[in-house]
Design a protein around this ligand. Structure first.
Ligand code: ASP
Length: 323
């Protein structure tokens, strides 16, 4: 039987209704979580490590990097075959992606959560934990990077995103679909995740900002970032990566101040493409020195730039990491 370590970080999966506050609050320990899934005993030998018990909105990129180090340490043990991380769903895709880029281990690492709390009738925590452990313990799970396992779907960390604010079927991979499914107790991975990009700095630079474009937006926020000064900026443009003319002027000013700027799209699927020639198009901005995020969403490009800035400040080197 394989040995799987479950690292708990918090989230709705570990929350219960609290009459005093009138909502869900952290209330379930790692041990309680494991006890809630008796079927785990038939699936793997289990151990629990409590990393934190916080809503995932309290996670920071530095905490995510700390979690990556803890995961690598645990995976370095000969008796451990894989890890499952429980996490709030709000920032799950960000932690999954940061782990995907930074982990050294080749052992399976699955991340899961729940959309309903432990006091709700339809708590989806136990089912998601079981599916994640089954996936981490299956022979095909290695070599795909970090896997997000929720609602019986297996997603690659770099592709997965939360698509609905409350529905239990919220996680999707809008570009290419899930890598696989869990059929009752059998995980089936149907396509390989070919991407194994690694960025492994000692520390991270969190001074990176994300700005989403909206119609008629001006350059005000960009001027603020020059004044701060930010270490890096990620812009989510329209469509395949276009921005209003005033935003282009703001981006040029940021670039002139020596701050790297990465362009992603605010659309949930598809990549940045240099299809247009007009002022404010992805092409016009690439000529001005902006870096293109490819398929990477804005929130993930922000984490990637934080990690890259932990390695280098040299423009050419930074550019090497972006599509
Ligand atoms: N607010 C919660 C969190 O991310 C939502 C969840 O876990 O589903 O911690």
């Amino acid at each position: 039987m394989k040995k799987i370590v479950m690292i708990t970080t918090g989230g709705t999966i570990a929350m219960k209704y609290d009459p005093d506050t009138g909502g869900l609050i952290p209330a379930v320990s790692g041990e309680d979580l494991m006890e809630a899934v008796p079927a785990l005993r038939k699936t793997a030998e289990m151990e629990v490590v409590e990393f934190s018990n916080v809503p995932s909105g309290y996670m920071t990129p530095s905490k995510m990097l700390e979690l990556s180090h803890v995961t690598d340490q645990i995976c370095g043990r000969d008796d451990v075959d894989g890890v499952v991380i429980t996490h709030g769903t709000d920032t799950l895709e960000e932690t999954a992606y940061l782990l995907d880029l930074t982990l050294h281990t080749k052992k399976p690492v699955c991340i899961t959560g729940a959309m309903r709390g432990a006091s709700d009738t339809s708590w989806d925590g136990p089912g998601n934990i079981l599916a994640a452990v089954q996936t981490a313990a299956c022979d095909d799970a290695g070599g795909h990077g970090v896997l997000a396992v929720l609602n019986d779907k297996i997603h690659a960390a770099r592709e997965v995103t939360k698509t609905h604010s409350t529905n239990t079927d919220t996680f999707a991979s809008p570009y290419w679909g899930p890598l696989g499914y869990v059929y009752f107790d059998k995980p089936v991975i149907m396509r390989k995740n070919e991407h194994n990009e690694k960025i492994q700095p000692e520390s991270i630079d969190e001074n990176v900002y994300l700005i989403q474009c909206a119609a008629g937006m001006d350059d005000y926020l960009f001027r603020c970032l020059i004044e701060k000064p930010a270490a890096g900026v990620v812009v989510e443009g329209f469509g395949c990566g276009n921005v209003p003319p005033a935003v282009k002027a703001g981006i040029e000013a940021v670039l002139k101040a020596g701050i790297p700027v990465v362009l992603a799209t605010r659309v949930s699927a598809g990549r940045v493409v240099e299809a247009y020639g007009y002022e404010g198009s992805a092409h016009s901005m690439r000529k001005a020195g902006i870096l293109l995020a490819g398929e990477c969403s804005g929130i993930k490009a922000r984490l990637k730039l934080m990690l890259v800035l932990g390695l280098t400040r040299e423009r050419g080197e930074i550019a090497r990491y972006f599509y």
